[in-house]
Ligand binder design. Sequence first.
Ligand SMILES: CC(C)(COP(=O)(O)OP(=O)(O)OC[C@H]1O[C@@H](n2cnc3c(N)ncnc32)[C@H](O)[C@@H]1OP(=O)(O)O)[C@@H](O)C(=O)NCCC(=O)NCCS
Length: 336
Amino acid sequence: MEKTIIAGTGRYVPPRAVTNQDLEQWMDTSDEWIRQRSGIEKRHWVPEEGGVGSSDLGFEAARIALDRAGWEPQDIELIIFATLSPDIYFPGSGCLLQHKLGLNTTPALDIRQQCSGFVYGMSIADAYIRAGVYQRILFVGAEVHSTGLDISTRGRDVAVLFGDGAGAVCLEGIETDAPIGFLATTLHAQGELAESLMLELPSHRLRPSLTEEMLKSGRHYPTMDGRAVFKNAVRRLPEVAKETLAKAQMDTEDIDLFIPHQANMRINQGFQKAMQLPASKVFHNIQHYGNTTAASIPMAFDEAIEANIIGAGNAVMFLGLGSGLTWGATIYRFPD
Ligand SMILES: CC(C)(COP(=O)(O)OP(=O)(O)OC[C@H]1O[C@@H](n2cnc3c(N)ncnc32)[C@H](O)[C@@H]1OP(=O)(O)O)[C@@H](O)C(=O)NCCC(=O)NCCS
């Protein structure tokens, strides 16, 4: 039977580290507020002058993942690129990355599931591979949030939470009957809550889609009902984790590590409590990167592998919730 295995992972953040103290210069906030509410200590942002896009960060992460998988760019049969902060409005960053990788006509698919981009992306890659359509797929989740944030007191509730970064994974089909690869996946969305976390402008339902007036009002910056998102996350993440465990006929004890999307350490601690898990089974790295949306799970995955927390034979659950709202979970078991 055709199964999907992850042949290599990589991550990249731009070198500019921005601490909570740095943010205090630009807005009325404090290290204490940010740490207490979110667990974040610093994040990485692209150079202030700009010029670096999601496809650039994605390229760096992809190079590492390709190297670890032992692939050349020419081995890639499909690129899946997850981002809410594309280099340009269209075409998607997947096409730009394809060109940067020196590829000619390899297909590139952009997906927009925000913080659930990794889980949705894995389900797409796995379905293509198991259906025999493609054998080698590169997934990249990458975000440049910093250039699109309101870095002032007006935007502080959102701006302090987000960081730039990229994570990449190489997915490969293998023929085996062993219980490895993606064992169960659950995806959900609830458009009713779209406005609880959104970036409204430019909007093609308006004519013109962006005006001077709109820019002044700040509607081209993301807005968030933090409490609503928080409440949904602490409810939906345990729910979808249980749904996915049941599909795979597994218990929490069968999972070696839970890698949740890194939106807020308190959300993930709430998840740990609700699932009655030991703290060591839930991975956190939000302290160093903030919320990197589509990049967050593949970056955390890469870090957990590098730190030897997970590897051969282990089972991992990836799960996330974000704008859409979208949420989901997937269980992956490494080959022995
Ligand atoms: C955003 C979040 C950290 C805010 O925490 P909270 O405890 O709900 O805080 P509140 O929004 O109630 O704000 C409390 C106060 O802090 C203020 N505040 C907001 N941002 C601030 C900041 N960066 N620094 C200092 N004060 C801030 C608010 O203005 C408010 O002041 P007030 O009480 O005088 O009105 C929290 O709601 C959260 O994490 N939500 C989920 C967000 C998320 O995960 N988003 C991404 C999903 S992918």
